[in-house]
Design a protein around this ligand. Sequence first.
Ligand SMILES: Nc1nc2c(ncn2[C@@H]2O[C@H](COP(=O)(O)OP(=O)(O)OP(=O)(O)O)[C@@H](O)[C@H]2O)c(=O)[nH]1
Ligand SMILES: [Mg+2]
Length: 178
Amino acid sequence: MCLCLGPVKSGKTMLMKKLQGDLVDDATQTIATNGVNLFLIKKEAGQQSGRIIREIGGHMAPLWKYYLEGVQKIIYVMDASNLCQISAVGILFYSLLVNPKLANASFALVLSKMDLSYRQMRNEALLVLHMTRLQRETRQNITIIETSSVTGQGIEELRMWIFQKTKTLSKINSEQKI
Ligand SMILES: Nc1nc2c(ncn2[C@@H]2O[C@H](COP(=O)(O)OP(=O)(O)OP(=O)(O)O)[C@@H](O)[C@H]2O)c(=O)[nH]1
Ligand SMILES: [Mg+2]
C-alpha cells in the first residue's frame, strides 16, 4: 500500500489529481483534506486497474502513525516554494523514517510547486533537511523527485516510482544480493 503524506497545503491533493489525469492548472482550487482521500493512479491512461493511494491531510499529522500498517511506499510531499514550513517538513519526515513500521518502506521525497520555486531554494531546503546524510545513513531508500502539478514537471517520474517494484527500491534487499 502507498500513502501520500506531507504538511498542510504542501500540494498533495493537486499532485494526486494530476497523476489521476484530472485537468489541473494554476486556477485549480483544492480544499484542505480533512481525513483521508483515495486516488486510483493508473500506469497508463485507459487502463482499468491501478494503484490506490491514500492521501492523509496535513491537519491529521498527529494521527498518521495509525495508518502505517502494511505500508510499503510513502510519497512525502514538501512545498519547495515555502521554506517557512521547512522545520515542520523535517520533523514530520524524520518521525516517519524512525517509525519501525516503515523500516522497510521506500520513500519518495517530492519537492512540489517547482513552478513557484527556484534552484537555490530547492538546494537550501535539501541542505536544511540534511538530505545527503539522510540518504546515506537511513535504512530506507529515499528518492527525490521535483514536481509541479501546474506544468506537469516530474509527474511521469513519480508515476514510474509508484509502479516500480519495492524490492528493486529497497536498499537492504540490494545489499543482500551482493
Ligand atoms: N503553483 C502551484 N500551486 C500548487 C501546486 N500544487 C498545489 N498548489 C496550490 O497549493 C494549495 C494547496 O494544495 P493542496 O493540494 O490542497 O495541498 P494539500 O497538501 O493536499 O493540503 P492538505 O490536504 O490541507 O494537507 C492549493 O491552493 C493549490 O492550488 C503546484 O504544483 N504549483
Ligand atoms: Mg489535501
